[in-house]
Every structure is written in C-alpha cells, then in structure tokens.
Ligand binder design. Structure first.
Ligand code: EZ4
Ligand code: CO
Length: 402
C-alpha cells in the first residue's frame, strides 16, 4: 500500500481550519488537521509546496520513518508551522493504518487504559454572578470539571470572556483586535471568583483557570498561593515558558497545580519543566505537538516525572484533532484531563465524528481509524477568511502577552 494522493483544504465553517487528506492506491483515506490559528495559510503552503511531494509513494504503515523523514529531513527543525504540518501527515497516516487494520486508533496506541476521557469545558461571564451561572450550566450537563474565566472590573475585555452572550472565540476577521490589560486588577479579582464558586458548588467539581501567559513568575506564585484555599485542579499558563526556569520560581511559592504547553511544539520546549517536576500537567496536543508519534514519547517522558497529560482542545483545533486526542487520551497511562470546547454547528457538519460526551467523559467511538471525517462539498461552501488573534496592551500602552 502506498500514498497515492495528498490534498490540502482550507475552509471556514465558523472559523478557519486546514485539513489534509491522504488517499492510498487501494482507496483508503486518512485525515489530518493542520490548523494554526492566525497563520493557517503558512501551514497550507508548507504542506503543499514542500512536504506532500515527499509523501506520495510512501508506505502509510511507516509512521515512525515518515515522521523522522519530515522532521530531520527538513534540516530546519521545530517551530509551530513545521510541527503543525508534520502532525497533519502523521495523524493522517495513523488514521489510514488503523483503517487498514480495521480497528480504532486507540488499539494501536496501547489499547484502552480507562473507560472514558474526563473533559473540562469553558464557563465564562462578564461578572462573578454570570460566571457562576455559566459553571452551574456545565455541572447540570454532567461535567465533572469546568474552567472558569471572568471579566475584571475596570478592564473593557479579558481573555476567555465574550463581550456578548455568544460562545467565546478569540480569532476575529479583520486586523488584530487590541485588548487592555492590568495584572494588578486581575490578581485582586480572580480569588473572589473561586471563593464564590466553592461557596456555591462545594469542593466536588474540578475547577480550572487559565492565566493565559500574563504574569511574571513571582506574580504567579502569589496568585497560586491566594488560590490554594479553593483547591484548583490547575492554574494554566501562569507565565510564558520560553524560560523554563521561571516555573522553578513559581513552584517554590505555591502548591496550586500548574499546567502549561498549548503553544509548545516539541519536547525541547518542556524537557526541563518535566525533568525538574516544575509542572503537573502538560498541555501539548497531537496537533501542535507534531503528531501522535512524538506525543507518545513526550507522554512517556512526562510519566516518569509525575507529569500528567492535559491536552489542549480549543475550537481552533479541528474535530480531527479532538477525535485523535481522545484515542490518545484513552490509551496513554498518565492521562490527566482533556479540554473540550463546543464547536460551531457548521464545524460539526463539515467534520462528522464518532466521538461523544456522556456523564462528564468523552468516548472516541469504535469505528476504524480516528473516527472523524471531512465533508469536502460542504467545506467548499465556507471559504477561508483571514482572521487574527488579539494583541494585548497594558494600561499605559505597553504591548503585553495576550
Ligand atoms: O487561547 O487556542 O486553554 N485554551 C486556550 C485557547 C487559546 C487558543 C489560541 O488560539 O488558551 O483558548
Ligand atoms: Co490555555
């Protein structure tokens, strides 16, 4: 069996997605996600212009050799564009391999280690009351874990909170939106949210929070300490992690569990974080982490250091990544939790899938492969629209991390 055809599709059913379709000479089809929010066309070109000509004719069973070929063979390693493109090829090949063997993907990754995949979803509101009501809705739906983000008094907008009542989706058509930020206002306000949530819901539901890269290590240490009474499942992205040692500083000051990694693209972004046990959950996923092939190795390395997985699962990772992640999550021993945001109805139609939610857990489904399809005809009705994530400025205009 050989890869006979490779096609890249860019569509916008609610938001932009890049999708890779590989077809074999005996007619099997595999799909991979290649979406990089705000930089979609760079990955599409990287695939079509540079990677795919080398994929034609290859044996889809050789996932390890093909991954090494497109990683080492490029000479220029790492980086989000490269790794996202490589991931699409890797996932499409795993999909074909599992279909050829007529088995769900998880059976090739070690089989089921658990009966379901615990997921968390996103609750947000403009103030504490609205946020608490949003958390209540998820708990009523059976969620065991909920991320809570709330508006900060004195700031017109903040990460994770929609300006209106629609679902939060940060990328917008047109040039990047500019947000205004105050770490001081934010740090005073967030503990009040979790005090309120614990008073209303008790300590049974898992509660999570995303600081979205805005704090310095010592500020993060303070916030973690202030949140300790409310027993968070995790505090995410407290500090940008290019300097891995920053997490060593945070760790000295708080027992609030730490999660990081949604923007990492290789083990070299986190090897010290893991080795030094500075984090508790690794947010890397099977898309921006370079595919299933490297993520199996990274997860094994994390397992040896008491670090669990906590895969990114925002709406800018397509249902193909969601489905693949669920196969990975159900198999990997040190699984922690999986993020799950609800896709727009048009996205759900373009990507029919087997996975389903039931009582706080998700299930990858039992069909062969990763269980996610792609409706090309429907996708063609939603052409690409240039869109950007926001940029963020402090009150005095200094550009800051969004
Ligand atoms: O802001 O994926 O935890 N989830 C997140 C996401 C990211 C988006 C950026 O494209 O932080 O919502
Ligand atoms: Co995040």
């Amino acid at each position: 069996m050989k890869v006979a055809e490779a096609q890249v599709f860019v569509c916008c059913p609610g938001r932009n997605f890049v999708t890779l379709k590989l077809t074999t000479d005996d007619g099997l089809v595999g799909y991979g996600d290649a979406t990089l929010n705000g930089r979609e066309l760079a990955v599409a070109s990287y695939l079509s212009d540079h990677v795919l000509p080398c994929i034609i004719g290859r044996d889809p069973f050789q996932t390890e050799d093909t991954w090494q070929y497109v990683y080492r063979g490029a000479y220029w390693r790492k980086g989000p564009v490269t790794m996202t493109a490589i991931a699409a090829v890797d996932v499409a090949l795993w999909d074909i391999k599992a279909k050829a063997l007529n088995t769900p993907l998880y059976n090739l990754l070690g089989g089921k280690s658990r009966h379901g995949v615990m997921v968390y979803s996103h609750a947000n509101g403009r103030d504490l009351e609205e946020t608490a009501d949003a958390v209540a809705k998820y708990i009523e739906q059976g969620y065991l874990a909920v991320r809570a983000q709330t508006g900060v008094p004195g700031l017109p907008s903040t990460y994770g909170v929609s300006a209106d009542k629609t679902a939060y989706e940060p990328a917008k058509a047109g040039l990047p939106e500019e947000h205004v930020w105050s770490t001081e206002k934010y740090m005073r306000h967030v503990p009040l949210l979790f005090e309120k949530l614990r008073a209303r819901f008790g300590f049974e539901p898992h509660l999570l929070h995303d600081a979205h890269h805005r704090l310095t290590p010592i500020q993060a240490g303070r916030l973690g300490k202030d949140l300790e009474p409310y027993r968070l499942f995790w505090l995410e992205d407290p500090t940008p992690a290019e300097l891995q040692e920053g997490f060593g500083v945070i760790r000295q000051h708080t027992t609030t569990p730490l999660a990081v990694g949604e923007v990492f693209d290789s083990v070299w972004d986190c090897y010290k974080l893991i080795r030094e046990q500075w984090i508790d959950y690794l947010r890397m996923d099977v898309l921006h982490g370079g595919g299933v092939t490297p993520m199996q190795k990274i997860a094994a390395y994390a397992d040896m250091h008491h670090v669990q997985t906590g895969s990114h699962g925002a709406t800018d990772l397509s249902p193909i990544t969601m489905g693949t992640a669920l196969h990975f999550d159900i198999a990997v021993h040190n699984f922690g939790i999986q993020e799950y945001m609800h896709f727009a109805p048009a996205t759900e139609e373009v990507f029919p899938h087997d996975y389903r939610f039931e009582g706080g857990y998700m299930h990858p489904g039992e069909s062969a492969g990763h269980g996610v399809g792609f409706n090309e005809k429907l996708a063609a009705r939603y052409p690409y629209q240039r869109a950007y994530l926001p940029v963020n400025r402090k009150l005095d205009g200094t550009l800051w991390n969004w």
